[in-house]
Design a protein. Structure first.
Length: 107
């Protein structure tokens, strides 16, 4: 598998785990739906962790960590917008700065 594909899957699995945790938060603790979402989130984080250990073979930590983190934040923010969460101007500007920062770090 290509390193870039590993990065994309790593980003997606971490963002997916965040979404699953948000879904779990909508249920009472220790109920079947909560346990299901928590188990899926844990599995997604586990896969992400394993992928990240491989990704670090190909990329410098000080470059790939911020790039992946900002990408995850952007995906989670898009999910938030899709479910009706409000993104104000400061939040949007912060995301834009994050994207610019990643461009500068990776270039």
């Amino acid at each position: 598998m290509s390193p870039l594909l590993l990065v994309a899957i790593g980003i997606a699995t971490t963002a997916f785990a965040q979404v699953l945790l948000k879904q779990a938060a909508g249920h009472d603790v220790m109920t079947s739906p909560w346990l299901g979402f928590m188990a899926m989130a844990a599995a997604s984080y586990t896969l992400s962790f394993l992928l990240y250990s491989v990704i670090l073979k190909f990329y410098a930590l000080n470059k790939i960590y911020p790039a992946m983190t900002v990408a995850q934040i952007a995906i989670v923010t898009l999910y938030g917008l899709a479910v009706g969460e409000v993104i104000d101007a400061r939040h949007a500007v912060g995301l834009a700065f994050g994207i610019v920062a990643i461009y500068l770090i990776l270039s």
